[in-house]
Design a protein around this ligand. Structure first.
Ligand SMILES: [Cu+2]
Length: 491
């Protein structure tokens, strides 16, 4: 009890400090006088696709007309004005990627969620200097699912992501292909990347170190709408925010089905009314529109009001470093207009999807504990009191070891924890149950304030005595500031 009281006082003090800091912060930001009640929607942009076994990506500066007035300066791959093409790969294929950096600064391209050798991983060490091309190649070993690529250059990840650099990767495999699931890309299989931005008065993105944007972008589209057929529709949803979490549902509170997590299909669909996604997490969901009238509409909404302290975007402030016009409120993510069904529409949910053999706590032969530290009085967050070091090896894992990693967050805010190389199973949460929407293979998870979370994975296939994999907070501003560590997988 005493401990709890001390912790509560500590939280209050931390909160007071952050509020004070906010009031001292001057930002060159336009301050709207009302919150958004827009009825003028823009058609959702669906990224084009690339298929095959050789994928050419070119990252360049661009501009996008998002607001009235000046176009916004952005980054995009392959001439897109924000974000990049969706790469469609088959499990078992050997793929080659040629990533050309047309920026005037260094970047990297990380294949988030992929089980590949560390030198192919695209972390901070695989730098692509301006004007050069990086060409990793590897076998696609992951299950069918929704993955993504994004810059991972140390201290520049937040900025390059904010400008719009990133893209989806969809992996297909025979198990998923044999199921009666929606998979007509852009018609009944819709990728959604959720972000938000704050704008400077000249309509440029505010790239300073603040946690939240004021206005949502879905696939880079502000106030998006889409017409969807009167049948089962699949969404592949990615949270690519800075810190904001999303508590997603539909505006009429209908049930929908989670069919996949970060690393592929669940054993069976799980009916839910809400899915929470922290930064970096993905969920594949199915929603039944077959009982909706043609011409009817509904919204995917973020039910973000009244979330616990530590959930990104729960803060009451509307401005400043930790403030946003979207904080602590419910808001529309995507407006859906229902249209006629397509031929060959999916009209039922499969009762069974796949058979996963998950790691159990008892399978682990090694356990290690990683504590989230720092973060007080404006200092950076750290792991185990060590700021990230480019040449520091924080953990050494034996090849083929099954390990339990326990992440302890006795700290002042929630985070999003990501491990490269492997997909893991969340085996325990000290705060209570593991939610159904995070019950499958995961590479990223939300960790609450005061929480301890354990995950189990096998570190197989790839060993390297010098080139590390990363583990880090997936809030890009946190990882840039040093909440990142490195591990080797060794023989
Ligand atoms: Cu963090």
């Amino acid at each position: 009890m005493l401990k709890n009281n001390v912790f509560a006082v500590f939280l209050l003090v931390a909160f007071f400090i952050s509020c004070n800091k906010d009031s001292d912060t001057t930002t060159p930001t336009t301050t709207p006088t009302t919150t958004t009640t827009t009825t003028a929607y823009n058609d959702l942009w669906i990224p084009p696709t690339l298929t095959g076994t050789t994928f050419d990506l070119t990252l360049s500066k661009s501009t996008k007309q998002i607001k009235t007035g000046n176009a916004t300066k952005t980054y995009g791959y392959n001439g897109n004005s924000f974000w990049g093409p969706t790469l469609i790969m088959n499990k078992g294929d050997f793929v080659k990627l040629n990533v050309k950096n047309n920026l005037t600064e260094t970047t990297t391209t990380h294949w988030h969620g992929f089980h590949i050798p560390p030198v192919m991983d695209g972390g901070p060490h695989q730098m692509i200097e301006a004007g050069t091309t990086w060409s990793p190649s590897f076998e696609v070993k992951n299950n069918a699912g929704t993955y993504w690529y994004h810059p991972h250059l140390h201290e520049k990840t937040h900025e390059q992501l904010t400008y719009g650099a990133g893209g989806f990767i969809i992996i297909k495999d025979p198990t998923e292909s044999a199921l009666a699931l929606p998979r007509t890309y852009g018609t009944d299989d819709i990728p959604l990347v959720l972000t938000s931005r704050r704008y400077n008065s000249d309509n440029s993105f505010d790239i300073t170190d603040h946690a939240y944007g004021d206005y949502m972008l879905v696939n880079g589209t502000a106030d998006p709408q889409i017409s969807l057929p009167k049948q089962f529709v699949r969404f592949r949803i990615l949270n690519a925010e800075t810190e904001r979490g999303y508590n997603l549902g539909f505006s009429d509170n209908r049930s929908f089905y989670v069919i996949g997590n970060d690393g592929g299909l669940l054993d069976a669909p799980v009916a839910v009314t809400r899915v929470k996604l922290a930064v970096g997490e993905r969920a594949e969901i199915l929603v039944d529109l077959s009982n909706d009238a043609v011409g009817a509409s509904l919204d995917i909404k973020a039910y973000n009001a009244n979330q616990e302290f530590g959930f990104g975007g729960s803060e009451p402030q509307t401005s400043g470093t930790f403030g946003s016009l979207l904080n602590n409120k419910d808001f529309s993510v995507l407006h859906i207009n229902v249209k006629a069904a397509t031929t060959g529409a999916i009209t039922a949910v499969p009762s069974k999807l796949t058979t996963n053999t998950y790691w159990k706590e008892s399978d682990a032969t090694t356990t290690r504990t990683i504590r989230i530290t720092g973060g007080q009085a404006g200092s950076a967050f750290t792991f185990d009191n060590n700021t990230y070091g480019f040449t520091t090896i924080n953990q050494k894992v034996k090849l083929n070891a099954v390990e339990k990693w326990t992440i302890v967050n006795n700290n002042i805010f929630g985070h999003s924890f990501h491990i490269h190389d492997i997909q893991f199973k969340i085996v325990s949460r000290s705060s209570g149950a593991i939610a159904s929407y995070e019950s499958g293979w995961k590479d990223t998870f939300y960790i609450r304030t005061g929480e301890t979370v354990s995950v189990v994975a096998k570190y197989d296939d790839f060993t390297d005595d010098t080139n590390p994999f990363m583990y880090h907070c997936h809030f890009p501003n946190h990882e840039d500031a040093g909440l990142m560590g490195q591990f080797l997988v060794i023989k």
